[in-house]
Design a protein around this ligand. Structure first.
Ligand code: 6R9
Length: 659
């Protein structure tokens, strides 16, 4: 069957990909009976379930007295009260005596091919202790905030773990953010120390970074010290008394000296991470010690089924929550081998990811739909040159994966055999909430499938009543889980109003979703991305999926455009695959295509062909900007997190031509 036909039949019949029978029973949760049993136990006896998991996965210096104290009114959630532990101890020290000290903890692939570093657990422990001693000398102590603004280099993971060793909170700001974004985040959390680098190596270029830090620090009175890693070797400005080189600081430390870890309370703050800024002013999401670490480790185990001799690779940047939980904390708590890659998928050629998979014989590969679509655009020849037979589990995160991209990933990367775990979660949830379990859950392309055991996710109407099957509604979680955020830094009111005010007794995710007749979740995207056409709710993601399923389309973004009669009408921005020229025939064909795929109600009234879409640096389309364009407004709000602000000017021109 041709790929197109297959997609068509998929959407019509809701084709299900059953787990490969010959492999079933191998994963951590072996089949749906085991899932049901775990889920039932976890929902009926959460204290028993999470208490057992906490003892299995973490090492405690003092046992906890209670598993959970929850108060939705305050709101306040305390997990594992009375328990004492330390994150860096769980990620490093205990693996020195459990048979893993010579095992690779981190395999780092630099942007230049020859730049590879491998840190065993022993070596990583040494480096973390050394750097923790540096921080200690600078006066960093329990409860202090340390800002980190670094490229994807090993020192980033070392810095994080060093903070946790001392009980200091890190606040990582993605190195692609501007100085303004950095300044406002440092200002919000009042960090004492900034750790950065001279430059970021990206797509063959040396992009200066320290200059941004200098710019930000002009207006950051709380920062006393700035430690700089040499990565690019470019000329930088060092401020006397404030700035120092990482290598000089570390070399001054005794290579053999240990750094004692702090015994932290379970609920002591662990880190702050500002949400990506695709909506409104960034919020400092606060995670705490034991619950977060447990949840990161637990989900790494059940969703990715990481085995002891696996090579596991999550392609996210550590600057996002995905990198925190699934490059560093989850895998290292389990004693796994985690790959960290400095470069980009498309440089020097669009085969870099597959080359790395082949080179390190990666077993588990976790990436984002935006990456898949970009690589899909380049054609499957790039995948074919490599031996990807080491792969066992494929993952996806960040946005709904449209069936077209799902199938491409499944067929070309997964050889038509591998399960794709489409993982729904958020910065706020700390770890994966809704996902298939590999080799257990029957898969439906485009659906994140079912909530993990113990995660009580529901779709409700505005009044809190549970939505019918296939009825779109608000995604909420009405039982606490260990990885949930504990506050918005410095703003408890916002914590309450954003997450707990909408639906009493539940966490509100802010996403729209529906559940099908089989109890599978279909995430429609942020609720502000839902379009209401003549009273029919429509996920922009659904229309986008349909457009992207067309063979000529590379990417699509759909927004609602105000309409006198219908309330809103659909306006689509479309980028085409290389070599395809836009014309009126294609425009008509696309409208017919969407009409056929979803129904007349979903037909875009306008389709604007564009060279690029406005994306945040994490690859999320900034729909807020697209909506403003169709409203004819030029008040785009904060666009400082856009990867390429120039795209917006082009889109405004294109919009004028069209209307
Ligand atoms: C992990 C991460 C969270 C938002 C979330 C949702 C979207 C993430 C998704 C997904 C559909 C998935 N999202 N994973 N939508 N399917 N598998 O991305 O965290 O950056 O906080 O974004 O991303 O809209 O609410 P974060």
């Amino acid at each position: 069957m041709s790929e197109e036909k297959k997609i068509e039949s998929l959407q019509k019949e809701g084709q299900i990909f059953e787990p490969d029978a010959s492999k079933q029973g191998q994963a951590w949760i072996q089949n749906m009976e085991a899932y049901d049993a775990a889920n039932e136990k976890a929902l009926n006896d959460p204290d028993g379930y999470w208490g057992d998991r906490a003892k299995e996965l973490l090492t405690w210096f003092s046992d906890f007295d209670s598993v959970l104290e929850a108060d939705y009114d305050k709101p306040e959630f305390k997990w594992f009260s009375g328990g004492k532990t330390n994150v860096s101890y769980n990620c490093l020290d205990r693996h020195l005596t459990d048979g893993r000290r010579n095992k690779a903890a981190l395999i780092w692939q630099g942007e230049p091919e020859e730049d590879v570093k491998v840190y065993t657990y022993q070596m990583l422990h040494t480096e973390v202790c050394r750097f923790a001693n540096v921080l200690k000398k600078k006066g960093v102590k329990r409860g202090d905030r340390v800002a980190i603004y670094m490229p994807m280099i090993p020192e980033l993971a070392i810095a994080m773990l060093a903070c946790t060793r001392l009980g200091a909170l890190h606040s990582i700001v993605f190195a692609g953010f501007s100085s303004i974004a950095l300044q406002s985040r440092i200002d919000d959390c009042q960090a004492r120390v900034l750790i950065t680098a001279d430059a970021v190596l990206r797509a063959g270029k040396t992009i200066p970074l320290k200059g941004n830090a200098d710019e930000a620090l002009k207006d950051c009175p709380t920062i006393e010290q700035c430690i700089v890693v040499k990565r690019g070797g470019n000329e930088i400005n060092m401020v006397e008394g404030r700035d120092s080189w990482w290598h000089e600081e570390v070399n001054a430390e005794d290579i053999t000296s240990d750094c004692p870890f702090e015994e932290m309370e379970a609920e002591d703050p662990l880190f702050i991470l500002y949400t990506s800024g695709s909506t409104g002013k960034p919020k400092g999401v606060l995670h705490t010690t034991a619950g977060y670490l447990l949840y990161a480790a637990h989900t790494t185990q059940c969703v990715f089924d990481v085995k002891d001799d696996d090579v596991y690779w999550c392609t996210a940047d550590v600057g996002w929550i995905t990198g925190h939980s699934y490059i560093v904390y989850g895998p290292l708590t389990l004693g796994a081998t985690s790959v960290m890659f400095e470069g980009v998928p498309s440089y020097p050629r669009p085969d870099r990811f597959w080359q790395i998979v082949d080179k390190f014989k990666v077993n588990i590969f976790y990436t984002a739909p935006t990456v898949i679509r970009a690589l899909m655009r380049e054609g499957e020849e790039w995948v074919k040159n490599y031996d990807l037979s080491s792969l066992r589990v494929l993952g996806s995160v960040g946005e709904p994966i449209n069936p077209e991209a799902w199938l491409w990933y499944h067929n070309n990367v997964g050889g038509g055999k591998l399960p794709i775990v489409d993982t729904w979660w958020q910065t706020e949830t700390g770890g994966i909430m809704i996902s298939a379990l590999p080799y257990a859950t029957p898969l439906k392309p485009g659906s994140a499938t079912k909530a993990l055991p113990g995660i009580s996710a529901k779709i409700v109407r505005r009044d809190g009543s549970v939505a019918d099957a296939n009825e779109g509604g608000h995604l909420i979680v009405d039982k606490p889980w260990p990885g949930m955020l504990r506050n918005v830094w410095g703003n408890p009111d916002r914590y309450k109003s954003t997450y707990f005010a909408g639906f009493p007794g539940a966490y509100e995710a802010g996403d729209g979703a529906r559940m099908d007749d089989d109890g599978y979740f279909w995430i429609m995207g942020r609720l502000d991305d839902v379009i209401n056409v003549s009273g029919h709710r429509m996920g922009t993601a659904e229309v986008e999926s349909a457009l992207v399923a067309h063979p000529d389309v590379a990417e699509a973004a759909v927004v609602g455009m105000p309409h006198d009669v219908k309330g809103e009408t659909i306006y689509a921005y479309v980028t085409l695959k290389s070599g395809v020229e836009p014309d009126d025939d294609l425009l008509k064909a696309l409208k017919i295509w969407v009409r056929k795929e979803i129904g007349p109600i979903a037909t875009p009234e306008f389709i604007q062909f564009a060279d690029g879409l406005p994306k945040t640096r994490s690859g999320k389309i900034m729909r807020r900007v697209l909506r403003k364009i169709v409203e004819g407004s030029d008040e785009f709000g904060d666009t400082s997190t856009l990867a390429d602000p120039g795209v917006v000017t082009d889109l405004v021109e294109g919009n004028k031509d069209l209307l």
